[in-house]
Design a protein around this ligand. Structure first.
Ligand SMILES: Cc1ncc(COP(=O)(O)O)c(C=O)c1O
Length: 457
């Protein structure tokens, strides 16, 4: 019988570097999630609610945002950095109420990317659900509706700052009374899927320099990309941005904040090799030295790391329905699952994202099959092939009679919900909340009628 310690190691569970410190194996060889001294046997949840399913763990959100804010604040203290850190959660990463409320409760400020996201903020603000100290940064292309809403919330005393992305926004915001920010398109190439040669967002250094004084300028913002693999690629844009900050500060003394956007990666496939500690320490050290050398007050620091905070707070579980030979690979099998990668985990298709896949049961199985996973739509692209490698999973012919294998896909809390679709008119999975030892259905599984209605039937 493989020892528990070996099994944990094999499935990479309980490892902080893999964000699996919340998961373990119990005596029944099932996958469990641990919330304090409580633990959830995921197999019991599967039996009760069926698959495909998604489970949200608010305690993971709370722990991650607390750790992030504490870490920044401790380096601010260690380096006697004479300004403040503010975490803004970018709502686009996951707009589910069950994600946003725990984050805000733990002290996250918000970042919006559209008028609709800001409408959710308005709802929370007008019902008195938000602390009056909360700050909201508004990014994204600004429609008139979006700009009007910003103006309206400003008059309702919300600390809200629009970030100018384009010159037309600047013109509209001329009559705006509150603070504003401006987005710099940083001319640095970094290693990230989203760092495009041509960035349609923000203004170049040249364009910004032509603007002269900007009324009530408070924030210089940039966003270089998501899932940035190298530490130097996070730090190089900071230097470039600070060079612009320095020039802007001379004619805009109200400028006091640098917003470095998103970019902190999570270890989907261990391509990146730096810790969050080293990143924050290097960032604060650099800003302090740069400002001392150039004799300006160090800026407040804003980060908008969403993926890093929320990805590990959701797992998606599929049942393996059957297996099928992979024609090109000897002894390699397709495991056909009862959900869809194209619909529920769209980044599999869009970015060839690598996922950490762990069985929910039979974690002690000795014999493995080298497999790829196939989804339920009739689309040849509905598959997960582990970026060209195989996924080693328990053999189906070793299962007990009439039993099934279930697979957990980790880190599905970022972006997948907002991108989810209905290819082949499949229903979205049931979504559960696991909190304080209890399980609650937060979105019931869509019925055929629900999906048909979406398409006018
Ligand atoms: C302006 C802005 N801020 C923050 C983010 C979130 O970045 P990340 O995916 O690294 O959390 C994004 C993502 O696209 C973004 O566009």
């Amino acid at each position: 019988m493989p020892k528990l310690q070996n099994l944990r190691k094999y499935w990479k569970l309980g490892v902080k570097n893999f964000n699996t410190q919340y998961f373990d194996i119990n005596s029944a060889n099932h996958l469990v999630a641990k919330e304090g001294n409580y633990q959830y046997d995921l197999m019991n949840i599967v039996k009760k609610y069926g698959t495909p399913l998604e489970i949200v763990f608010p305690f993971i959100l709370e722990e991650r945002v607390d750790e992030l804010i504490d870490l920044f604040n401790s380096y601010v203290k260690i380096y006697r950095y004479p300004a403040k850190f503010f975490y803004h959660y970018p709502m686009k990463v996951n707009q589910n109420k069950e994600f946003i409320l725990p984050l805000v409760t733990e002290g996250a400020n918000l970042e919006t990317g559209s008028a609709n996201e800001l409408k959710l903020v308005k709802k929370m603000w007008s019902t008195g659900s938000l602390n009056n100290k909360i700050k909201v940064i508004c990014n994204g292309p600004k429609t008139k509706e979006y700009l009007d809403l910003i103006g309206e919330l400003k008059t309702k005393n919300l600390d809200i700052i629009p970030i100018i992305e384009d010159l037309n926004e600047l013109a509209y915001l001329k009559s705006y009374r509150g603070n504003v920010g401006i987005r710099l398109s940083v001319d640095v190439k970094v290693s990230s899927h989203w760092n495009h040669k041509v960035d349609r967002y923000g203004l170049t250094e040249k364009e910004i320099s032509r603007l002269g004084k900007i009324k009530n300028l408070k924030i210089l913002h940039y966003h270089i990309g998501s899932q940035i693999e190298l530490l130097k690629d996070i730090l190089r844009p900071v230097r470039k941005a600070m060079e612009v900050y320095l020039k802007l500060k001379q004619i805009n003394p109200s400028l006091d904040t640098l917003d470095i956007g998103g970019g902190m990666p999570i270890p989907y496939d261990r391509k990146f090799r730096y810790s969050i500690d080293s990143l924050i320490e290097n960032l604060i050290k650099f800003l302090k030295e740069f400002c001392e050398k150039n004799q300006i007050a160090p800026p407040n620091i804003v980060c908008e790391w969403g993926r890093y905070v929320v990805s590990p707070a959701q797992v998606t579980i599929y049942k393996v329905l059957c297996e099928k030979d992979i024609q090109q690979g000897k002894n390699r099998k397709w495991y056909v699952v009862d959900g869809s990668f194209m619909n529920d985990l769209l980044d599999t298709w869009a970015l060839h994202q690598k996922w950490h896949v762990v069985p929910v049961n039979y974690l002690n199985s000795k014999n493995k099959t080298q497999s790829w996973l196939a989804g339920m739509t009739c689309d040849a692209d509905d598959k997960y092939t582990g970026q060209g490698s195989y996924i080693s999973l328990p053999r189906l012919d070793d299962l007990e009679k009439d039993d099934s294998l279930y697979l957990a896909i980790f880190d599905t809390g970022a972006y997948q919900d907002a991108l989810a679709s209905h290819h082949c008119l499949l229903s979205s999975p049931v979504k559960l909340l696991a909190q304080n030892g209890e399980i609650k259905i937060i979105r019931r599984r869509e019925t055929l009628d629900d999906v048909a209605k979406t398409f006018g039937w």
